[in-house]
Every structure is written in C-alpha cells, then in structure tokens.
Write a protein that binds this ligand. Structure first.
Ligand code: PGA
Length: 250
C-alpha cells in the first residue's frame, strides 16, 4: 500500500517572518494527531532555514521548489542540491509547470535536475501536466508520457521519486480536474512507468495530483486508486485549509 503524500508549494509567497508564522500555524492545526500520510512544505528559498527551525523534528518535511544540476559555479541566481541539503531539505520539486512556462525549463533540463538530486540522495517531486490547448487538442496522453519518459531518462531507480500530475489549466484557476479526469491520467502515467521500470516499481510509485486542490474536493480526489496525495498551491497558504487537505489524505 502506497503512503499518501501531501506537500504545500508556497511558490513566491511569504517573507521569512510570514513563512515562519504559517509553518507554526500548520503545526498548531496538526496538533498531536498522527497521520498516515507524509507531509511536506516548500517555502521559497530565503525562508527554508527559519521554516526548518519551526518544523524541527515534527512530522513535516522541508521541501525546496527547484534546484540546479551542477554542484557549484557561475550560475547566478541558482541554488544547488548540496545547498538545499545543508538547509535540511528532504525533497525538491522539479519541473513545475511555472518553471516550464516562465523560465524555459524543458524535459531535458528537468531530467538533468532530477538525476542530480537523486545522485545527491535528495527525494524528488517531478511535475508533469498538459496545457488547456494540449488537452483540447486531444494530446494530453502524448504530452504527459513524453514528460515522464524524458524527465526520467537514465534514472536507474525510482526509490527517490514522487510524480505530481498537475494539469496546467487547473493550477491556480479554481478549476480542478474531476477525480475521473485525474485518475485517467494517473493510470496512464503508472502504465508508462510500468513499461519503463517494471510493474513492481510502478506499483510502488506515488503520483500526486495538483491543481486547485481544496478541502472541499480533496477527499474525492484522494479516494481514486491511482492518486496518492496532492501538491497544493493556493490552499497551502492557509494553515487551516492545508491541514484539512492533509486530513483528507488520512
Ligand atoms: P494550486 O497550485 O493548488 O494553487 O492550483 C498547485 C501547484 O502549482 O502545485
């Protein structure tokens, strides 16, 4: 049985003080309950240290929103995996559609980042998903399959990988994929993984759904057989909503 995983992607929101406050509020809402799912939060780089201190040794894991594929060097504005490790990050999100859309990320650069993070022992959340135009053009499956195949090219072991299926048209739009629409793509991704890495690896791989997940739709999304939790944007900026979504995952 796959352990569900719910991660809050805070994107470019919150100053260091605000981020610490939000992390404290999340801890407060989680209380002493035990949760069956894994929980992560991904503040912007400047807040990682302080948020890491706030979550301490709790059940919440620290995640980063991106990493570079070199160890160090002349890459102004970039952050290496080793730097993230030194801040206590357990996960790094790679290939988010906003990185692809606004910052020129391609399946090839996603693949370089994924392989680097895995080589350094960091766990990866690799994002895939089609645009509205691609969905309407009937090529969702082709696009997502390519993203999965190229993003995971030459990856030997899937142990450190979580995938996130995030239809671009559902991100930040309030328009969620229906559980059936999401499940269809998740099942297809798992079939691709089975073809690439074998049935057992595909059975163990966790595939999150992302795109306007809210407390009101999380339960039905997470109930689908191939949906193993969520990557949460907007709703993760409200402690109460994020914790409600965590609870929906068990
Ligand atoms: P959203 O973002 O929940 O605000 O749609 C999801 C994401 O981008 O990971």
């Amino acid at each position: 049985m796959r352990k569900k995983i719910v991660v809050g992607n805070w994107k470019m929101n919150k100053t260091v003080a605000e981020a610490s406050e939000l992390a404290s509020a999340i801890l407060g809402h989680l209380g002493n309950g035990t949760f069956l799912c894994e929980i992560g939060i991904a503040p912007a780089f400047p807040a990682l240290t302080e948020v890491g201190k706030v979550i301490g040794s709790s059940d919440i894991r620290l995640a980063a929103q991106n990493c570079h594929y070199e160890d160090d060097g002349a890459y102004t504005g970039e952050v290496s995996v080793r730097m993230l490790e030194s801040l206590g990050c357990a996960y790094v999100i790679i290939g988010h559609s906003e990185r692809r859309q606004y910052f020129g990320e391609t399946n090839q650069t996603v693949n370089l980042r994924v392989r680097k993070a895995l080589a350094e022992g960091m766990q990866v959340i690799m994002c895939v998903g089609e645009t509205l135009e691609e969905r309407e053009g009937g090529i969702t499956d082709k696009i997502v399959t390519e993203q999965v195949r190229e993003g995971l090219k030459d990856v030997g072991d899937l142990g450190g990988i979580v995938l996130a299926y995030e239809p671009v048209w559902a991100i930040g739009t309030g328009k969620t994929a229906t559980p059936e629409q999401a499940e269809e793509v998740h099942a297809s991704i798992r079939a691709t993984i089975s073809d690439m890495f074998g049935e057992q690896a595909a059975g163990n791989l966790r595939i999150q759904y992302g795109g306007s997940v809210k407390p009101s739709n999380a339960v039905e999304l997470f109930a689908m057989p191939n949906i193993d939790g969520g990557l949460i944007g907007g709703a993760s900026l409200k402690a109460e909503d994020f914790v409600a979504i965590v609870k929906a995952a068990g």
